[in-house]
Every structure is written in C-alpha cells, then in structure tokens.
Design a protein around this ligand. Structure first.
Ligand code: DHB
Length: 295
C-alpha cells in the first residue's frame, strides 16, 4: 500500500499520495481548514478565476451511490483568496492552486501574481472545465492548447523567473479522452513544454441525470453537467494507462471514481503517482482520507 507513503514531486514532499480533487471541499476557508485537519497528503484549491464569482443557480451538485453530476459554474472566491490562504496552508501541507482557464489574459495575470508570492507549490491549470456555458473545453482543442502553451511558456517574465531559480511548477487537469488519437496528439503537445505533471481525468462532460419523475437533478444548463463517481473510473484508468505509455517519465495524478483502496491501487497499477478524490470526498467528507489510509 505504497499510497500511504510520502512522495516527492520535484522539491515538494506530499505526506501521502491522496489529495482532494479540485472543486471538492476546497472552495471556502472552512472547507480548506477541514482538509488541513484531515489525513490528505496535500490540498488542491477550487478552480479559481481572477474575480470572485457566484457560479450557477442551485441545486448545482447531485450525487448518489454510483455517480455525481455538477454544474457549479466556477463559483469561487477569486484567485487572491486562494493565493493568500496558501501562506497558512503551505506551513503544513503541499498546496496546489487550481486555475480555471476561462480567459487567457486573466490566466496569465493570475499565474504571474501567484508566482511572485510563492504561497503554493504547484499551479494546476484546469483546461477541462465542462461547465463554462458557450465555451468549448480547451483540452479538447489541440491547436488552441498548442497556442496557449506556446504563449504561456514563452512569456518574458517566465524566463526571468526561471533564471532566478524560482521555477514555475505548472500541472494540467485534463478532460477524459475517448479516442487514442486524441491521447497521442495531446501527449505530443505536453511533451513539448515544461509541464510538471498531469492530472487525469476531470469529470466526464455533458451528462444528464433524471430523478424518478424524469426531472433534472441539477438546475443549470438544462440539467446537464460533469459526471464523476464509479461511472468515471474505467475512463480514468484508461486515460492514465495511455498517458503513462505515451509520456513515460511525467508524473501523473489519477482521478475518477475512487472510493475504495482497490480503486487507488488500480490507479497506481496503471502508472499514477498520486490520486485525487472528488465524488467520494463530497459523499463522505474529509474523513474518507483517514478511512482509506487505515490498515
Ligand atoms: C467546474 C466543474 C469542473 O469539473 C471543473 O473542472 C471546473 C469547474 C464548475 O462547474 O465549477
């Protein structure tokens, strides 16, 4: 059960290999404090935007024993909140700030500002949010990704920071890919840039769950949202296994449908170095980490 052991990614030591998934139990100060007090090995913030945002109408998250669906709509407290709270969090645990990539210029501004303070250990660029209405998922648009990363890693200030040895550590949260050609194309792009890790997979986009009266269970977007839970696991596993083969040395955080020790071990068996837990964390609360780490 190696997932109980610490692991070092670059210069950052995670206490164990279980993290929360961005978006789950990590939006408010109380939730982040709960995670700090839990047995998780590191903390990921809610995907944030430049400004605080109230998100979509409620109810916007639903779960049962087998699945979850959400269309939260990037409700968040603004990147400065997640940056400033990192000053406290990083005294105790590794901290990853997840940035919701909605507007490219704002994304650059946020990264630049976060880099200056260094109140986090990694930035996780979420290029897979399924709930930005009217916007395609960036991670599915290979040529847009190429342009985005080219701009991101050629910024003048990026080189200045690298030369100062304050290296940026940027990871990516990826959407599930359903086609091996897409996995290969995305891997080729990732390989071209100094991306430090990938987290695979985000929720499966474009799901619809109906109740016993055939009514939508979440309010926004006609009831359509990103799916997690058991239904996501086979796709999470196949994506991690494929990326492991295509990018043999890149650290991978596995995500999708983890609720038991067997689920964690399955992800490690296909090449994950850490895992993130989403739906089960919402269902069970932060005590899930202690249960999963117990003998
Ligand atoms: C939201 C959902 C996601 O799956 C994600 O990656 C980012 C944001 C949301 O609706 O808030």
């Amino acid at each position: 059960m190696t997932y109980k052991l610490p692991i070092k990614l670059y210069d950052v030591t995670f206490h164990n290999r279980l993290l929360n998934s961005a978006g789950c139990w990590c939006t408010t100060e109380q939730e982040l404090t709960d995670l700090l007090e839990s047995h998780c090995g590191g903390i990921v913030s809610k995907s944030c935007l430049f400004e605080p945002y109230k998100g979509n109408p409620h109810p916007r998250v639903f779960y049962n024993e087998v699945l979850s669906i959400n269309s939260t709509g990037l409700a968040n407290q603004g990147y400065l909140f997640y940056n400033n709270i990192g000053k406290e969090i990083t005294k105790f645990k590794p901290y990853i700030i997840s940035i919701g990539v909605k507007n490219i210029d704002e994304t650059f501004k946020m990264i630049q500002s976060i880099e200056k303070n260094q109140y986090c250990d990694f930035i996780e660029l979420n290029i897979s949010c399924p709930n930005i209405i009217g916007k395609p998922i960036l991670g599915y648009n290979i040529s847009e990704c190429l342009m985005f990363f080219s701009r991101l890693f050629s910024r003048k200030d990026h080189h200045a920071i690298i030369n100062n040895t304050n290296k940026l550590k940027i990871g990516l949260k990826l959407p599930p890919y359903f086609d091996q050609v897409q996995l290969k194309e995305m891997s080729d792009i990732i390989n071209t840039f100094p991306i430090k890790y990938i987290c695979s997979i985000n929720g499966m986009p474009n799901g619809l769950v109906l109740n016993e009266f055939h009514e939508k269970v979440i309010e926004p977007n006609d009831g359509i949202g990103g799916m997690g839970g058991c239904v996501a696991k086979p796709f999470g596993l196949s994506n991690v296994k494929s990326f492991r083969r295509l990018l043999p040395t890149l650290p991978i955080i596995g995500c999708g449908g983890i609720s038991t020790k067997k689920d964690i071990e399955d992800y490690f068996s296909v090449g994950a170095s850490l895992v993130q837990i989403g739906t089960q964390l919402i269902r069970e609360g932060p005590s899930c980490f202690e249960r999963l780490l117990k003998n």
